[in-house]
Design a protein around this ligand. Structure first.
Ligand SMILES: [Ca+2]
Ligand SMILES: [Ca+2]
Length: 139
């Protein structure tokens, strides 16, 4: 009897988890409004690192992003950089750019950074290289 009850409870928990995931995938924006995000794993899974416009540079971003999503509130573009200039205190290295999900509605995320990303990062493997961030075309 005890065994049956545990099995039923586990089944309910699994169902709730699945419902939560599908609701999230079908509904809300990938990145919160006003933020650009990187995710530790592909397809926006794993730990996420998100910055808002007030946090202009993402110098502490730890080279672990494997997917990315952008949703600038006032800024149409979000640019992801592979480096950070210690002397210039500015983003450096290679970059790719995503648009804002809300403001532009296309090219706002990439589930796999290893095969190029954005409209301007074709061919470059950005997997686990992103260190800094920049919002552009802000109104
Ligand atoms: Ca990763
Ligand atoms: Ca890609």
């Amino acid at each position: 009897m005890k065994r049956t009850i545990l099995a039923v409870i586990f089944g309910v928990a699994t169902t709730i988890g699945a419902v939560g995931l599908s609701a999230s995938a079908a509904g809300a924006a990938t990145a919160p409004s006003g933020y650009m995000c990187g995710y530790e794993d592909q397809t926006y899974a794993g730990h996420d690192y998100c910055v808002s416009l007030d946090t202009v540079h993402w110098a502490a971003f730890p080279n672990t992003a494997s997917s990315a999503a952008a949703n600038g509130k006032n800024c149409s573009w979000s640019r992801y950089w592979s480096g950070w200039g210690r002397l210039t205190q500015a983003p450096a290295g290679d970059h790719f750019t995503l648009y804002s999900e809300v403001k532009v509605g296309e090219n706002y995320r990439d589930p796999n950074l290893s095969n190029g990303a954005g409209f301007d990062g074709a061919g470059i493997n950005f997997n686990d290289t992103i260190e800094s961030s920049e919002f552009l075309k802000c109104a």
